[in-house]
Design a binder for this molecule. Structure first.
Ligand SMILES: Nc1ncnc2c1ncn2[C@@H]1O[C@H](COP(=O)(O)OP(=O)(O)OP(=O)(O)O)[C@@H](O)[C@H]1O
Ligand SMILES: [Mg+2]
Length: 311
């Protein structure tokens, strides 16, 4: 089971849209996909389920926030299985398309935003030894939770919030790879350096703790799979000049960049979250739609080859 996080500090760059579409296309190709929404804005969650369905999960304590609450309040390690839902619409759609794959979801919660401070107090302690063990336990929490269900899925895609709080760090520690979705503009590309540095620092800190004492902790090595550009405007078959400049800049900085990208289309990409089925699985067969579908398919071919994920 491969675990891949989608992350960029910049908000609104298309992280969630990209996660949802890649997840849907992989499920269409037969993968058992688990999507995890770690963003308190819960956009990925509401791409797949409606508000009534989410309320039921909230009432029955089946969101990622409740899972962290259990840990904070009672120091309990509960299985992630209880949180997982199989969103009806997208999975019905997959069955109608004769896919044998599945797309599942762990939902987020608006109150996840308050959790970070509470979590931070968890790894305070008097001695270096106490700090080490509570740090490792807290920061490895999601990794362990996902490892416990690793036989159920081929791939886990995590939609991260645009920050580097403890929950996001949990995602990075759990991940084999991370993908940076970015718009081809100044602000969206500016943060890539910083993000990569922060992830490198987290890795060093975590691995130092791992090697600093006993226990069955394992070193981590989350790697950047690549930057995927989103909301690209095409002219004459290529990204427009102003965007090409930023794409080249990221390339020159030495970061791997996907050859394929997601083009800008307000109509198609804005509509899909509400009907529970990402645009790549739409059954419309005309015009721009077909172009976009073809592009997302090519992007997913590249994603499979660069990440090495297998059924
Ligand atoms: N390729 C695209 N073309 C046009 N609009 C898009 C495209 N991708 C996403 N959008 C729209 O842009 C907005 C932001 O997209 P999205 O929510 O995926 O970004 P995000 O990076 O996850 O944002 P946040 O940081 O808030 O989580 C949404 O309204 C979405 O519908
Ligand atoms: Mg988002």
């Amino acid at each position: 089971m491969d675990i891949i996080s989608f992350i960029n500090y910049k908000g609104g760059v298309g992280k969630t849209t990209l996660t949802a579409n890649i997840a849907a296309e992989l499920a269409f190709r037969g993968f058992r996909v688990l999507t995890v929404d770690l963003d308190p804005q819960a956009n990925l969650t509401f791409s797949f389920i409606n508000v009534d369905e989410w309320r039921e999960l909230d009432v029955s304590g089946r969101t990622i926030k409740h899972w962290y609450d259990e840990f904070l309040n009672d120091n309990r390690d509960v299985s992630l299985s209880g949180l997982i839902v199989t969103p009806e619409k997208v999975n019905e759609h997959l069955r109608a398309m004769r896919s044998e794959g599945r797309l599942d979801l762990i939902s987020s919660h608006l109150e996840l935003i308050n959790l970070d401070l509470e979590l931070a107090t968890q790894y305070g302690g008097n001695s270096q030894r106490t700090i080490r063990s509570s740090f490792l336990r807290l920061f490895t929490r999601l990794k362990r939770g996902l490892q416990a269900i690793e036989n159920e899925y081929d791939i886990v895609l995590i939609d991260c919030p645009p920050n580097f709080n403890i929950v996001t760090q949990n995602a990075i520690i759990a991940s084999d790879l991370f993908i940076v979705p970015a718009k081809a503009d100044f602000l969206s590309t500016l943060g890539i350096d910083q993000l990569v540095r922060h992830i490198e620092n987290l890795k060093t800190r975590y691995n130092n703790y791992v090697n600093d004492g006993p226990g069955d902790w394992v070193e981590i090595n989350p790697r950047l799979s690549g930057v995927i550009f989103t909301m690209i405007n095409i002219y004459g078959g290529d990204p427009i000049q102003t965007q090409s400049v930023y794409i080249s800049q990221v390339n020159r900085a030495g970061y791997p960049v996907f050859n394929n990208y997601i083009r800008n289309n307000n109509t198609l990409f804005a509509e899909s979250p509400e009907d529970g089925v990402p645009v790549v699985l739409d059954t419309e067969v005309s015009g721009v739609y077909l172009d976009i579908r073809g592009e997302v398919e090519k992007l997913v071919d590249e994603f499979i080859s660069l990440t090495g994920v297998t059924l």
